[in-house]
Design a binder for this molecule. Structure first.
Ligand SMILES: C[S@@+](CC[C@H](N)C(=O)[O-])C[C@H]1O[C@@H](n2cnc3c(N)ncnc32)[C@H](O)[C@@H]1O
Length: 204
């Protein structure tokens, strides 16, 4: 209950929306392709993917998150759809699979990463968004002083306090895909990793 209220509040912060929009828009426009957002919480990234032209679906293990995501999608006139789902046993797949702040909360991160990768169509992309090792109260304060939008800016203070020294080690991604990109978002406090899955070989 508390978790869904907290994430609904945080996802309403302008800085949080802007950094996730920046990560989502690092992928090409969807033009009707599919996007699966795993651990969607109240659905911010899923809605941003829908805005970016994807047929977007969010899944989360927590039914309260899914209820909040459905309510917010209606409020924002979003085409994003939501369902309860666990990455450990997901039958779903998509052209783009995203996971924002999911790996950090999974106990078995390598298994979670490989489950996400399995859901990506050949030729598709996996987008991982996670706080970096730079996420701490001192760096968050500096970012806040640099003119971030003020709405719910205290969410950054809170996020930094909770996440400091708990960043996912990027070594986790070693060997996942040779085609990859990395972009810094929110002054480098958050990273977006984009991995491209090789196309299936053409059979003659
Ligand atoms: C830290 S929250 C992040 C929410 C949202 N993606 C964001 O960035 O604001 C992590 C979310 O992952 C969900 N989750 C945890 N384990 C999961 C799993 N195995 N499969 C799908 N969702 C999961 C939680 O219920 C929670 O909503």
């Amino acid at each position: 209950m508390i978790e869904s209220i907290l994430f609904t509040w945080l996802q309403g912060a302008d800085f949080y929306r802007d950094l996730h929009r920046c990560a989502v828009q690092s992928l090409p426009p969807g033009k009707g392709k599919t996007w699966l957002d795993v651990g969607c919480g109240p659905g911010l990234v899923t809605r941003l993917a829908a805005e970016h032209g994807y047929r977007a679906q969010g899944v989360d293990t927590n039914p309260r998150m899914i209820k909040a995501a459905q309510r917010l999608a209606l409020k924002h006139h979003s085409s994003a759809a939501f369902a309860i789902g666990n990455i450990a046993a997901s039958p779903l797949s998509a052209d783009v699979v995203s996971a924002a702040s999911l790996l950090a909360v999974l106990e078995d991160k390598p298994a979670g990463l490989h489950a996400l990768w399995r859901c990506v169509h050949p030729g598709g992309h996996l987008l991982i968004i996670e706080p970096t090792a730079r996420m701490n109260p001192v760096n968050a304060k500096a970012a806040m002083a640099s003119g971030l939008p003020r709405k719910r800016i205290n969410g950054l203070r809170l996020w930094a306090a909770v996440r400091q020294n708990r960043a996912v080690d990027p070594a986790l991604f070693d060997g996942l895909a040779s085609k990859r990109r990395y972009i810094d978002v929110l002054h480098g406090l958050v990273g977006a990793w984009i991995f491209e899955k090789p196309c299936a070989p053409v059979s003659h």
